[in-house]
Design a protein. Structure first.
Length: 50
């Protein structure tokens, strides 16, 4: 999401509250993890008629 001082702010792919983390503790999701999360969001939107 962004940086605040020496920390980064991250938020779940599906939305929600952000939190601060040390940059050394943050890793990018794998392609498989990102695809799975995006598919779950799309399926949820489809169920909700969005």
């Amino acid at each position: 999401m962004g940086e605040v001082g020496a920390r980064v702010q991250i938020r779940p792919i599906g939305g929600g509250l952000e939190w601060d983390a040390l940059p050394d503790n943050v890793v990018a999701p794998t392609t498989r993890e990102e695809l799975s999360a995006r598919l779950a969001i799309r399926n949820g939107n489809s169920r909700d008629g969005l």
